[in-house]
Write a protein that binds this ligand. Sequence first.
Ligand code: FAD
Length: 316
Amino acid sequence: MKIVEHLANSDETIISFEIIPPRRGSDITGVRNTVSRLANYKPPFIDVTSHAAEAVYEETKNGIERKVRRKRPGTLGICSMIKERFNIEPVPHVLCKGFSKEETENFLIDLNYSEIDNILALRGDDPGFIRPIENGKTVNEYAINLVEQIKSLNKGLYLDSSLLNAEGTDFCIGVAGYPEKHFQAPNLMTDIRRTKEKVDAGADYIVTQMFFDNRHYFKYVDTCRQAGINVPIIPGIKVLTSKEQLKSLPSMFHIDIPLELTELVMDSKEEKLIEAGVKWTYAQVEELLKRDVPCVHFYVMLDSSPVEEVLGMLGF
Ligand code: FAD
């Protein structure tokens, strides 16, 4: 079932989750256990992130060696597990960066045959190396180009234009939005116009980058509506669980951590840290629920316990 149908059919705010595949070489047990715990909250959908190959540098006895590795494969396998074993809609993330359009088309066909109905279409970030593109192959530069490719496939238009009367897919498409602006956009308004282009190209809903101050989200939704974006805008929420994240989250995701939360975390003893993060998220989600947001999307990644604590406090 499509995410937009889940949203339209529910009178209450939906709860959804996002998980990350384990590192290459790990088994699936940890992820399966996480999904099993999350399944207790009856989420209509769970997102699974996607990771392109990236350049890594390793110190060896011959000096520093540069290797190109895909650290976290397995998005499709985990999605199939979520669907088949738990009967929950999986939402695989599909990337532009690191993949040719031809590889993407093959992946979309795999998703279609796995009866996966939803996709979050993303550009991805610079993988730190230049992958030569074989003669005749093409790439999607921005998420909008990927949305266009998926929409074309939905109409039965494959890259090989000689395929006539080909079977179309029927994917529901989500895209990313940034209440505090995407880091490469010159300003928030230009970024919102780019997001509108993704919606005009066929995106059905938006999931936001994490934020720790709800005012960013409410203002973002208002500005998007004024700019003519009318699709659901799902807030993405993360529980802050370590002092280290006061540095790592702003540098990785280009977001602000409010002074009050920063002070709360800095002043907390190590054993009280998670409690501080959980309380903050509880207050954030409580306000979002009061404002009847369509869905609260929790960035769980590998460890579901902080999110479960928040849901427990909220009475889920
Ligand atoms: P785009 O929408 O293409 O935008 C990227 C930048 O280009 C923006 O600054 C935009 O304003 C600008 N832009 C857009 N179109 C144009 C144009 N035509 N001309 C010029 N500028 C343009 N990354 C992963 O690798 N794997 C994941 O699983 C993953 N999941 C994510 C889930 C969510 C909910 C979010 C919010 C992000 C996720 N990311 C993931 C991170 C994402 O890949 C990065 O933030 C990336 O830098 C941008 O992706 P995008 O799809 O927003 O790009």
